[in-house]
Structure formats: C-alpha cells, structure tokens
Write a protein that binds this ligand. Structure first.
Ligand SMILES: NC(=O)c1ccc[n+]([C@@H]2O[C@H](COP(=O)([O-])OP(=O)(O)OC[C@H]3O[C@@H](n4cnc5c(N)ncnc54)[C@H](O)[C@@H]3O)[C@@H](O)[C@H]2O)c1
Ligand SMILES: N[C@@H](CCC=O)C(=O)O
Length: 515
C-alpha cells in the first residue's frame, strides 16, 4: 500500500548527531572529488576526451568533477536509444513505474547527507539549503509516483445505453530535459521523474555548472531498476548541442527551467515544425522572477523584515523566487528598512562547507561579475543602505546588499539579478504597492505582509504572480503543498510539484465503444 504523501522532513542541524553525520558526508564526498564522469546512452557509459570541468564556487581551485561532453552525434544516438526504449517502457504499468520512483526516493533518503554534501561543494549551498534541495528531490519522486497512480485510473465519463466511454492517459514519446544549476538536485529530479513516470524516455542535458550531482541521480535511477535507454545523460556545451536537442524532429517535449532568455529561445524554436516531424512539441518553460514583498502599514514589522531578509539572501538570492524588491508603505518604510538592515548585519558569509554559514559563494565568475555590475548600477539608481562588498580572490563571494529609495522603474527594480541584492521602494498606499508589485514583466512569486483582510483579499486576485504568499517570505515552496510556477515572462505556469503537472507529459485519449 502506498502511504499518503508527506513532505520529507528537514534535518535539524542543532542536533549534534546530525551535524556529525553531515560532516562525515562532506569528508566522504571530498574524498571523491576530481573524478571523471561519462555520458550515459542506452545504458552504456561513454567517456569523451572533451570534458566539462565543474569547480567549487567557494574554492575556485577545487575541482568537483570532470564530466564528458556530448556532441550532436551522441545526442542522435541518445534519441535513437530513447525511441527504442519507449516501445517497452510505455508498456510498464503505472504502478511499476511509480514503484521505481519510490525505490529511487528510498535510495536517496538513505544517502541524504551525501547528496546534500555534493550540493554544498558543487553548487555552494549552505548546509540547510542543500538539505532542503535534497529533501525536495525526494518529494518530487514520492509525489509524482503517487500522482501517476492516480492519473492511471483515467477520468470518469458519462455512458449511454449500449455505449461505453473511457478517458485515459498515455505517454507521448521521448523528450528533452534542460534544468538550471540552482536547485541542482531537486529540479533535475523533478523535471526528469515526471516525464519518466508518465512513460516517456528522456535525454537529460544538465547545467554545465552542476553536472556531477545530475549524474548521481542517473546512478540512483539505474540502481532503482530503470531500463537502459529510458534516461540518457548528455551533458555538453549548450551552444553546441542545445538547439540540436530542441530542434530534433523526435523531441516530443522540452522540459526547461532556466532564464527568460534561454526559455524564450527554446519556446520559439520548438514552435517550428521540422521536416519529418509528425506532432507539435510541448514546451514547459519555467523561467526567471523579479519577486516583490509588499509591507502594508498595518503589519507585523518584525515578521516583514525577517521575510524580506531571508527571501532576499537565502542561498545568496540565487532563487527564481528570491525577493529582490521590497515595496513598503511610507508610514512604516524607515522602520522596516532599519529592522532589515539589523537582521542582515547578523548574516554570515563564508565557505559553506563550514557549519552555520548563512551565505556561500555565488555560482561562477560570470554570475559574480553580473551581480557586481548590478551593485554599481544600484549605486546610481538608489542609495546603498547596506553591503555592496564583493571578493573573488578564493571564491565568488558577494555580501548581502540593500538599496533604499529606489524608483520602481529603475533597472535594479526591473531586471533579474539572481544575487543577494534587494531594492527598497516606498509607496503611498496599498493601491500603489500593488501597482509597483505588478509593474515588471515577470510574475513568479510575491508576498504580502499585512493584517488588513480587505487588502489581502484584493492581493489574492490583483497581485499577478503564480505563487502568492501571505504573512511569510516568497521562497521555499514545498512539493504537494505549494505547487510552483509563474505567470507572464516567468513561464508556462506548469505548477511543478502539483496535481496538474504530469498532464504536461501525457496524451489524454478517449475510446468510445458501441455495443
Ligand atoms: N521558474 C522556476 O521554476 C525556476 C527555477 C530555477 C531557476 N529558474 C531560473 O533559472 C535561471 C538560472 O539558471 P541558469 O543560469 O542555469 O539559466 P540558463 O538559462 O542559463 O540555463 C538553463 C539551462 O539551459 C541550458 N541552455 C543554455 N542555453 C541553451 C540553449 N541555447 N539551448 C538549450 N539549452 C540551453 C543551460 O545549459 C542550462 O542547462 C534564473 O533566471 C532563474 O530565475 C527558474
Ligand atoms: N521553488 C523554489 C524556487 C525555485 C527557483 O529557483 C522556491 O519556492 O523557493
């Protein structure tokens, strides 16, 4: 019997034993750094000369792993293997496919700290953030397994005398999964597990920043019994193989999570019907955010400051959901700003392999340079209220940064920075707060801190974001509790971790029999 879904508990790092076990996992993973990893095509491990070299963002000298790079030829072989695998994978019962995900979840759960330790070293995640990432990966496996069992029952239809109508779901065929690096385990897990449990083979091209932890998932699924060819691992240079994967005439779906620029490119290219293509491709594109926390005059101001600071600086703001805009009622603006600065001063920045580090390094030099540029832009657009310090001598460290008195149309209020930078803007009343909150091209997350029920009710419908939170921060959605996905240029609103997600990878079929 499958137990009802409950999210994976987070590790309590106040507990000595948990801390000790996490340290041991870090030591174990450190002993495995620098290894070479293959492509996986049709179950075969293929090592190539050309490699992606993944480094520790907190310690640039440390090589995490060297991962083989797929060429277009490899992608072609992977697609052929996926097509072959589809013939048998689609015949597995939904229960058998779901059981495979449950076994994979059990494997990860048993080695939870090891996976989190890889995230600390490969993605620069502090312990608690890494633990949350691994827990979310387990949740996706558990949740989508249960959802598939449910969908396997089809949907009820009306029948008439001598007529039997059936509504059921079937897989579509092979597709491509293109995840980002910032939830290097959870998002890879979720975006791969969903199409696979639905019966579709996958070509996984992980982010070039975090390919090692993605390979670890491939190993887990193999250990859980996934047949050859159902998951093909094709890391590589996106400039070389990205378009090829998307354009391929046998690619039935592209399950993408990443930036607006890449997502819109994929969306456009996938719309073109290639020679010999016999179906329309589906694109799931979950993209960036420019997320706002509104603080009403009638609000708990300590809660407001805590929500802003943790949503802005958790994982150094490298979340699509991160708060990068705080829009505050003029009557409480100074107080919320002061409280937010006071909380920010207490945050530690350092190498996340150490315990109790709040913020590690940002992911790479490119991201470091980009954030640094935005800090300079911010200095011209508003007043630097706190932070602004950067240091890339050993790793890519950026200190939490607050700008005040920023105009809502300023670049730092409009463009996704994806770093620990938050801009504060003052508003006269709730109408203006909502207007500012909605004045970006994104629509991913948002939060309202208020004790005014009428204002909360208005925000429910007029704050145009896919994930809206009341009296809490705007990050940390949990699978099955807050399905995730945004409006506007934040994407196709797929609601990952929600009850409608698997339908993106299924064809609904009706069979009507007269007798
Ligand atoms: N909405 C969400 O659920 C969500 C979740 C996490 C991250 N994000 C967004 O992701 C972005 C950060 O991730 P990133 O830096 O990895 O994004 P990115 O767009 O640079 O890369 C995402 C993926 O696309 C691949 N890619 C790049 N160019 C490609 C091309 N031409 N064809 C095919 N694939 C290509 C990359 O290799 C990577 O695997 C931020 O904008 C963030 O907001 C969104
Ligand atoms: N689902 C995550 C964000 C994922 C994007 O980076 C959250 O809710 O914070």
């Amino acid at each position: 019997m499958v137990l009802p879904f409950k999210h994976e508990p987070f590790t309590d790092f106040k507990d000595d034993q948990n801390r000790q076990q996490f340290q041991e996992a870090l030591e174990q993973v450190k002993g495995e750094l620098g290894k070479e990893y293959p492509l996986v095509i049709d179950g075969e491990k293929i090592f190539t000369e050309d490699k992606l070299v993944s480094i520790n963002p907190g310690n640039k000298e440390q090589i995490i792993g060297k991962v083989s790079k797929a060429t277009k030829n490899h992608v072609e072989q992977a697609m052929e293997s996926a097509q072959r695998a589809f013939k048998t994978w689609k015949t597995w019962s939904v229960q058998e496919r779901a059981d495979l995900l449950f076994r994979a979840a059990a494997i990860v759960r048993r080695r939870k700290h090891e996976f989190s330790a890889w995230l600390v070293l490969d993605a620069g995640k502090p312990w608690d953030q890494a633990d949350g990432d691994t827990a979310e990966g387990i949740d996706f496996l558990e949740y989508y397994g249960r959802q598939m069992i449910e969908l396997g029952k089809g949907k009820p239809l009306a029948d008439r005398p001598n007529e039997h109508n059936a509504y059921f779901y079937q897989p579509m065929g092979p597709g491509v999964v293109i995840p980002p690096w910032n939830f290097a385990f959870a998002i890879v897990c979720g975006t791969v597990a969903a199409p696979i449990v639905a019966g579709n083979p996958v070509l996984l091209k992980p982010s070039e920043n975090t390919p090692v932890i993605a390979y670890k998932l491939v190993e887990v699924l193999e250990e859980a019994g996934l047949p050859r060819g159902v998951l093909n691992f094709v890391p590589g240079d996106p400039a070389e193989i990205g378009d090829y994967l998307v354009d391929h005439k046998e690619t039935h779906f592209i399950n993408f999570t990443g930036s607006r620029a890449t997502g819109t490119r994929i969306y456009e290219r996938a719309a073109k019907v290639q020679e010999g293509q016999q179906f329309l491709k589906r694109v799931i594109a979950e993209m960036g955010g420019k997320d706002t926390i509104i603080v009403d005059k009638d609000a708990d101001l300590d809660l407001a400051a805590d929500a802003i600071v943790n949503s802005a600086f958790g994982f150094s703001g490298q979340k699509c959901s991160a708060c990068s805009r705080a829009v505050i009622h003029q009557d409480v603006y100074d107080e919320v700003l002061e409280k937010s600065i006071a909380l920010t001063k207490k945050l530690s920045v350092g190498n996340p392999t150490e315990e109790n580090v709040y913020m590690g390094a940002v992911v790479n030099q490119k991201q470091f340079d980009k954030i640094k540029d935005y800090i300079e832009i911010g200095k011209a657009e508003g007043e630097l209220a706190y932070g602004g310090k950067t240091d890339d001598s050993t790793g890519f460290f950026i200190h939490p940064t607050i700008f005040k008195d920023v105009d809502p149309s300023a670049r730092i209020m409009q463009e996704e920075i994806f770093g620990p930078v938050v801009a504060f803007a003052k508003a006269q009343d709730f109408d203006e707060m909502l207007e500012i909150a909605n004045n970006t091209e994104y629509g991913l997350t948002g939060a309202v801190i208020s004790n005014n029920r009428e204002h909360l009710n208005r925000a429910r419908y007029d704050f145009h974001v896919g994930n809206l939170y009341f009296n809490r921060g705007c990050t940390a959605a949990i699978v099955g509790y807050q399905p995730f996905g945004g409006f506007k240029m934040s994407g196709t609103d797929s609601k990952a971790g929600g009850p409608d997600y698997l339908q993106h990878f299924l064809e609904a079929k009706i069979v009507s029999e007269t007798f």
